[in-house]
Design a protein around this ligand. Structure first.
Ligand code: ADP
Ligand code: ZN
Ligand code: ZN
Length: 745
């Protein structure tokens, strides 16, 4: 392989690429973006350079690259190699996660001064883009580089892309024209903490429960010993206070801390708590809302040992931190810790690997632990630490269950039960706030003919089109395809077309009809866009005297609203019926979390749960906020049906545009798997089948599912089979393997 490099010097005449040979031992390690040392000029002096492109051949006689000046350590390379096997991806995919965002290291990007910027986003699904790269529909290295850069830095501006990828604006524009990228005008959130005086806080005296948990973890810090803990504590039980004190202990030993939180709970309030304890200087925050320049600065702050506490979302586990003393993962059950695009890694696994290697504690915190985590805790693989009481003595909210079947019998056909209606009325009178929650994922405002059952679907994706009332259009959320609203059924000609929605719009209309003076705000897929963030809506709700927040699952997490005293769960059941083995677990988590939004401080909270299945054990245990009762029933079910934690669900994706090839390749792969793996009680291989969504953006999707524990041996065999498949010249087909994917569609 030949590397095209740019010499790292300011001279104008050096502003071009030079070819170098990549010696064999570096072949797997050098990627676009590596910092390398090359012999340069007459004397062949070693010179620093950046790799900007890779190609097969050069027209010149070329010298060897001397070495990789990786900004990465051997440990990181090791980790990248391990990840590549474990998650079935390229080493370079993993290295990219560990490098500073962008590759420029001289001129810093300009700070954004404008109030609005033109932010660049991927217009296509990343899987679709990776597919086009693999099938050579996208060939240019520069195109690939920009697309991958935008994947990692969504919302970067065109000048930032130019600066950090060394590609010209013209290339970005080509990608926009070809439908791969889109430009969205966006308001710049100024750093809400920039000029804010944050009062200092200090250690609180811990409660007995807190003290017990704290001292167990502290022991592991003091003895430089790896140990994994589950800090299982109800909402408000003082988990964060424990994190703060542990981190303080780690800092006094001149060590550092990584704290992962779900992106959505990485709010100014949360960061404020850390700043108030430790000061701003020592903290680095990594999340996707930062501009690429800011992220670059944070990354370097860590690298140069100026930050001791790293707070960030999933990928912050790869921050270049030395001398780590603790890793904390808050809300450990959150599905965002598992990446759904290549590399499809699980940051909890990565954290465990790192913690083991450097002999430090790994703390997982949650009020509703991942069933797998709790199972391990029960079986002594993880040390269980419990907090059963709220730290500030506020009470858990009272949860009332309303049987909607009875409401119907009593002649109430509205979306609100009498109980919820009365509670809202009272809350409005008292000037407290209300959250109304529809337990839906959002993508489901679909259109159906009531006579023949015909559903309007996207012709590219075979998934139902979503109705957008604002534009009065039907849109596909997978490919962006748009069409006009239908009023007669294309199948049978009937005019009885009905809209089935997430119901947030309908609910808002109904609320405004019944409570004309209420001020409402809505949060769902229609209102949360690239332009208008989830954060902005929540801030409005908090600060602009809005009475009622109406939303889908997005409202559940993170925020702390002191004036919210009522939470209404309008449709508790809908997530019970999704086609996923985690439906029960997710419903329980959602209901418990949403109930935790009510009555956080001195005002008492009330939760009204409307359901058609009042006897269902999920609804029952969520009402009692009794995780253990939920766990006992659910784990029995999982055991009977052989689902995780009793095995892993391994999904082998086979996709492409050529149905014949998909058919033959997936049959071939299935046979290979059957030949190489002994099927028995422990390993089950299912025949190739179309995925539930069997077409996205005209790409046909099939899969083979394996139910088995992912052992090293199985991992090896799968890697071999995958390699074979790629050598078999199925040119138009892409294969991928995902372990326990979040989404089974
Ligand atoms: P969690 O992270 O479990 O939701 P927090 O750490 O946020 O809980 O604590 C909830 C509230 O209780 C916060 O307002 C916090 O300041 C307070 N708190 C926590 N620990 C104590 C303590 N030991 N004494 C008094 N108040 C506490
Ligand atoms: Zn019809
Ligand atoms: Zn589509």
């Amino acid at each position: 392989m030949i590397a095209e490099v740019i010499i790292n010097r300011g001279a104008k005449k050096l502003n071009r690429t030079f070819d170098y040979n990549i010696p064999e031992h570096l072949e797997d390690l050098i990627i676009v973006g590596s910092k390398v040392l090359v012999p340069f000029g007459k004397g062949g002096n070693p010179e620093e350079a950046f790799v900007v492109g890779l190609k097969e051949k050069s027209n010149y006689e070329v010298k060897d690259i001397i070495r990789l000046e990786e900004n990465l350590s051997d440990k990181q390379i090791e980790l990248a190699k391990w990840m590549s096997k474990r998650y079935f991806c390229n080493v370079s995919d993993c290295i990219r996660l560990m490098q500073a965002p962008g590759t420029k290291n001289k001129d810093k990007s300009k700070r954004i001064q404008d109030k609005t910027i033109n932010a660049v986003y991927l217009k296509k699904d990343i899987e679709e883009i990776e597919f086009d790269i693999e099938t050579k529909k996208i060939k240019s290295e520069k195109h690939i580089k920009i697309l991958r850069f935008v994947k990692d830095n969504e919302g970067a501006t065109i000048p930032e892309i130019e600066l950090f990828t060394d590609c010209s604006r013209a290339i970005v524009n080509t990608l926009i024209k070809n439908g791969y990228l889109e430009v969205v005008e966006k308001k710049v959130d100024r750093d809400p903490l920039a000029n804010k005086k944050i009062p200092k806080s200090s250690r609180l005296k811990l409660t007995d429960e807190q003290e017990n948990a704290y001292s167990k973890i502290k022991e592991s810090i003091d003895n430089n010993r790896y140990e994994q803990f589950l800090l299982f504590g109800v909402t408000g039980s003082g988990k964060t206070e424990i994190y703060l004190q542990l981190i303080e202990d780690v800092l006094t030993k001149n060590k550092k801390a990584i704290m992962l939180v779900p992106e959505i709970s990485l709010t100014p309030q949360m960061i404020e708590r850390f700043i108030s304890r430790f000061g701003k200087e020592t903290i680095a925050v990594l999340h996707s809302k930062l501009s690429i320049g800011e992220r670059y600065d944070e990354w370097n702050k860590i690298k140069e040992n100026k930050a001791n506490i790293i707070i960030g979302a999933r990928s912050a586990i790869f921050a270049p931190v030395s001398n780590l003393g603790i890793i904390i993962i808050d809300e450990e059950h959150d599905s965002s810790y598992k990446s759904e695009s290549t590399p499809k890694y699980d940051s909890k696994e990565i954290a465990k690997k790192i913690a083991k290697e450097v002999n430090i504690p790994l703390v997982l915190g949650s009020a509703t632990p991942d069933l797998k985590t709790y199972y391990k805790a029960i079986n002594n693989e993880i040390t269980l630490l419990e907090l059963t009481k709220r730290a500030n003595n506020s009470n858990l909210p009272k949860v009332e269950i309303i049987d909607m079947k009875m409401e119907l019998i009593n002649g109430n056909r509205s979306m609100l039960s009498m109980e919820l209606y009365n509670s809202i009325e009272e809350n409005l009178k008292n000037k407290y706030q209300t959250i109304l929650f529809l337990n839906r994922r959002g993508f489901s405002t679909f259109i159906m003919c009531r006579d023949c059952g015909y559903i309007v679907k996207c012709k590219n994706c075979n998934i139902s089109m979503t109705y957008h009332s604002y534009e009065n259009k039907l849109k596909c959320h997978y490919c962006g395809n748009e069409q006009n609203v239908v009023t007669t059924c294309p199948n049978c000609g009937s005019k009885k077309i009905r809209y089935f929605g997430t119901g947030t719009q309908k609910l808002e209309q109904e609320i405004l009809k019944q409570f004309p003076n209420a001020k409402t705000i809505r949060m769902d897929v229609d209102t949360v866009t690239k332009k208008n963030s989830h954060e902005e809506i929540l801030n409005k709700f908090k600060n602009e005297g809005i009475d009622i927040l109406i939303g889908t699952q997005m409202v559940v997490k993170g925020h702390h609203f002191p004036k919210v005293t009522l939470v209404g769960v309008v449709a508790a059941d809908s997530s019970l019926n999704i086609d996923d083995y985690r439906a029960n677990e997710r419903t329980f988590q959602i209901l418990t979390q949403v109930a935790g939004r009510a009555g956080r401080e001195n005002l008492p909270g009330k939760v009204v749960v409307q359901t058609y299945n009042p006897d269902n054990f999920i609804i029952q245990t969520a009402q009692k906020q009794n995780y253990k009762m939920f766990y006992d029933t659910e784990i029995t079910l999982r055991k009977q049906l052989k689902y995780p934690p009793f095995c892993d669900i391994i999904v082998i994706g086979v996709s492409g545009k050529d149905l014949n090839e998909i058919n033959s390749s997936s049959q071939f792969m299935y046979q290979e798997l059957v030949n190489k793996l002994k099927q028995n009680e422990e390993i089950k291989i299912f025949k190739p089948m179309p995925c539930p969504i069997d077409k996205i953006q005209n790409r046909i999707r099939w899969r083979i599912i394996i139910k088995a524990k992912m052992t090293d041996e199985l991992n090896e065999i799968l890697n071999l089979v995958l390699k074979d498949m790629y050598e078999k010249e199925y040119k138009n087909t892409k294969f991928s393997i995902d372990i326990n994917p979040n989404n089974m569609t």
